[in-house]
Design a binder for this molecule. Structure first.
Ligand code: SIN
Length: 303
């Protein structure tokens, strides 16, 4: 019988889980224990899990329906559409398209109307030093705002834009154009209630263009404040990877960022599965957000 041990790794986020072989199906008791720990710690680290693609998919599928990565089809494992390759290994002799994935604070697939509920990232190869990932707790970020600020942001909607993925301009232009076509900007509430825990969390990040109904100039300082607050060090857990760590996180109450803190000539190869979240948000067509340029043009047109 499995003996699950759950050891906290950080004050705000993170716990290590040992005593399970993830190649085996979970029994009900273990699954419930994991879900409980996941809702409490938000990021679960399972060390020493040497899973192949099929085993990673099978483990992940016990928590929901898996993404087929249709939002970013160019970067998935050709043999397993459920697996996104986050790697700097050369692909077909060319630099990998996903070598810079996740370099700004974000939640996975926030630029879609179905942001990921969970992501599961398995470390297959890592540089000798660095290549860390950080997660920030968005419950705490919300709960530590003043009541006045909480009330102010309650009705705010943020415009999430795939073209703000950091480093996207270094990718193949045709693939990027296709990704933009598939993913027009999407507006999401800035404060969301977690469907399982009922707690409110900020839904933010650095792939946001501004707020619906606000100009970009008006949005920028509010967004900067909120993102800086949300990613304050007291809300963050930083993971130093070991090969065969599988990390499972809850995108609905976290932001994360992949750090470029390593020698880029060394290999970092990760495989990611994601679990579909709920439908939310709407495609943002614009119209009511006047930026400085459009205001100047409007003034010039009537004068
Ligand atoms: C991601 O943003 O999902 C990838 C994170 C990482 O590679 O550390």
């Amino acid at each position: 019988m499995n003996r699950i041990a759950i050891t906290p790794l950080g004050f705000a986020v993170g716990a290590q889980v040992t005593g399970l072989d993830l190649r085996e199906p979970l029994d009900d008791v273990s699954r419930q224990a994991l879900l409980q720990a996941w809702h409490k710690h938000l990021v679960l680290v399972f060390p020493g899990q040497d899973l192949d693609a099929a085993q990673q998919i099978a483990f992940s599928a016990q928590f929901g329906t898996l993404e087929q990565n249709d939002f970013q089809p160019h970067y998935r494992d050709p043999a397993h559409p459920e697996i996104l390759l986050v790697t700097n290994r050369k692909m077909d002799g060319k630099p990998s398209e996903t070598r810079n994935t996740g370099r700004n604070w974000h939640t996975d697939l926030s630029y879609t109307t179905r942001p990921a509920k969970a992501s599961l990232l398995l470390c297959k190869e890592k540089p000798p030093i660095g290549g860390d990932t950080m997660w920030a707790n968005m419950y705490l970020a919300y709960e530590t705002l003043s009541p006045k600020m909480q009330a102010f942001i309650e009705s705010l909607e943020a415009i999430h834009d795939v073209s703000l993925i950091k480093g996207i301009e270094q990718r193949d232009p045709e693939k990027v154009a296709d990704m933009k076509r598939r993913n027009p900007p999407v507006a999401h509430a800035v404060v969301k209630t977690h469907p399982d825990t009922g707690r409110k969390a900020l839904f933010l990040g650095q792939r946001i263009r501004g707020f619906v109904g606000f100009s970009e100039e008006e949005s920028a300082p509010i967004l900067r404040f909120l993102n800086e607050h949300a990613t304050s060090s007291e809300f963050v857990y930083r993971h130093r990877w070991s090969v065969n760590d599988l990390v499972m996180w809850d995108n609905r109450c976290l932001l994360h960022v992949a750090l470029p803190d390593f020698d880029q000539t060394k290999t970092r190869h990760m495989t990611r599965t994601s679990i579909l979240g709920e439908l939310s948000g709407y495609y943002y067509k614009g119209g009511d957000d006047l930026g400085r340029e459009s205001v100047l043009q409007a003034i010039a047109a009537v004068s």
